[in-house]
Design a protein around this ligand. Structure first.
Ligand SMILES: Cc1ncc(COP(=O)(O)O)c(C=O)c1O
Length: 381
């Protein structure tokens, strides 16, 4: 199947042997009757497995070209499961410009358990090699990064990870498998905040992992069941519904994203626009080679780098809603320094470019002319 067919049918054969319903039923049940101890039809208890969640997990695996999918109660719960593969003393090399909540999980929870993290710039992946030692177990990367839209070469990172027998995990939340498929580029684990583009309608909080290796999948399924951070059947159903339009939504997000990036760069009040589709983006060539298009996430700073002006702009936007999150059909704006990235110390975040005047846009699928008009009235040009 091609991608646009997989979003609708991937892993969905025979979802309702009872009545042939086209959508999988919502199995709103905690447990399953047994004829004799162990005599069940594949499901025992809904933390361990639920038919609606299982249908979704097959869909996740299918769209990422993986073998095994796992669904969690949030993106952070999915990341948490990956970190539970580690032991005290192990080391992780991570992107320095990553989602603030991932940074908080790494530094405020897992550092206490004796895991060491190195946060480094990965624009040039050769940097990774410098931090590898015999304790390194995991390379964690996001690309494009949140919110600076840096691009990291997944294939080159996978070559390094393989050479040293280290797991490579890619947070594919911003790109989605419509734009990039990290397992095909050599990653071991793909992670999603499915809350964002995969669900696409700002109505479900969920996380996903997809892998190809059976042993790795077994370890992760064990953690998923043992730690129990699963999602419920209603949310699994909503996610399955959202996935079916991922490809058409992403096509429009990309079209609108391009037009808005071009509008912003032409506005004399704007100092800089971060969007990987620009030829002068530092890793544009890598973006072109590993992504099918450039997505709908854009960050920008106004001339003069003024905090109050950035706040005024996000307050004045009318169609772009000022809100945390991204990837839904509706356009959102955000002020990373005070919102999504407030958990990262100022000095640390400014090193990565998250200055006080940075504004992040999640461009939705509304009429792009309305979105540009909205930006014009808010920015004042
Ligand atoms: C890139 C990225 N990764 C992970 C997460 C965490 O996901 P969740 O909010 O679903 O726990 C987010 C949330 O904003 C994100 O943007």
């Amino acid at each position: 199947m091609k991608f646009n067919t997989k979003t609708i049918h991937g892993g969905q054969h025979d979802v309702d042997p009872a009545y042939g319903s086209v959508m999988p039923p919502i199995y709103q049940t905690t447990t399953y009757s047994q004829t004799t101890p162990g005599g069940h039809k594949g499901f025992e208890y809904s933390r361990s497995g639920n038919p609606t969640r299982a249908a979704l997990e097959r869909a996740f695996a299918s769209i990422e070209n993986g073998e095994y999918g796992l669904a969690f109660g949030s993106g952070l719960a999915a990341i948490d499961a990956v970190l539970k593969l580690l032991k005290p003393g192990d080391e992780v090399i991570s992107t320095n410009d990553l989602y603030g909540g991932s940074y908080r999980l790494f530094t405020r929870i897992y550092e206490n358990f004796g895991i060491k993290f190195h946060f480094i710039g990965m624009g040039n992946v050769a940097n990774i090699e410098e931090y590898i030692n015999d304790k390194t177990r995991l390379i964690w990367l996001e690309t494009p990064t949140n919110p600076m839209m840096n691009i990291i070469d997944i294939k080159a990172s996978a070559t390094i990870a393989n050479r040293h027998d280290i797991l490579l995990a890619v947070d594919n939340t911003f790109a989605t498998p419509y734009l990039q498929q990290p397992l095909d580029l050599g990653a071991d684990i793909v992670m999603h905040s499915a809350t964002k583009y995969l669900g696409g309608h700002s109505d479900v909080v969920m996380g996903a992992l997809v892998v190809r290796d059976k042993k790795l999948a077994e370890r992760l399924y064990f953690i998923q069941n043992a730690s129990g951070a699963v999602c419920g059947p209603q949310d699994s159903f909503l996610m399955l519904r959202g996935l079916k339009t991922l490809h058409v939504r992403m096509q429009r997000h990309c079209e609108n994203g391009r037009k808005i990036a071009e509008y912003l760069i032409s506005n004399p009040k704007i100092e800089k626009v971060y969007w990987p589709g620009f030829e002068n983006h530092p890793n544009h060539e890598i973006a072109k080679s590993q992504m099918n298009d450039f997505g709908g996430m854009i960050s920008f700073v106004t001339k003069g780098n003024n905090y109050d002006e950035a706040i005024r702009i996000v307050e004045n936007l009318k169609i772009f809603t000022l809100a945390e999150s991204l990837g839904g059909v509706e356009s959102l704006s955000g002020h990373p320094a005070s919102m999504t990235h407030a958990t990262i110390p100022k000095k640390e975040r400014e090193k990565a470019g998250v200055v006080d005047s940075l504004i992040r846009l999640s461009v939705g699928i509304e009429d792009v002319d309305d979105l540009i008009e909205d930006l014009k009235q808010a920015i004042g040009s």
